[in-house]
Write a protein that binds this ligand. Sequence first.
Ligand SMILES: [Zn+2]
Length: 124
Amino acid sequence: MSLNSILERKASNDVSLLAAQRWKLWLAFVAVLTAGALMWFDAWFSSALRVQRYAPTLIGTGLGLLALVAACCAVRCPRCGKRLVWYALSKPAHSWVEWLLAETTCPKCGYSSSKAESRSSARE
Ligand SMILES: [Zn+2]
C-alpha cells in the first residue's frame, strides 16, 4: 500500500489524530523528497548552482534531518502534546506509517479524535 493511497483513503473518512496536522506531514514529506533529489542528483545541482560538488549532498542531508526532527517535534496529540511521529517511529518498520495515519486514539492520554469529531458535529 503506497503512502498516497493511505492518504487518499484517510482523507475521505478523516477522523485520524492527525486530521488537522496532516499539512505538517506533507511538508516534511516534500522536504525529504527534496533532500533525496539534492543527494541523488548532486552532480547536476553542483554544476547548475555553481557550488562545490559536496554542497548539494550536505544541504540535502541537513534538510532531511531537519524535516525528520521537525515532524517529530511538531506533530502532537491535541490534548496532552505527545509526539505522535516520534511514537510511531518506535513501531515496527512495516506498520508505523499506517499507525500514524489511521490511529484515532492517543496512546498516552486516550484522547479520541473520532469522539471529538462526533461531539462537534452534534453541536451543529
Ligand atoms: Zn494525548
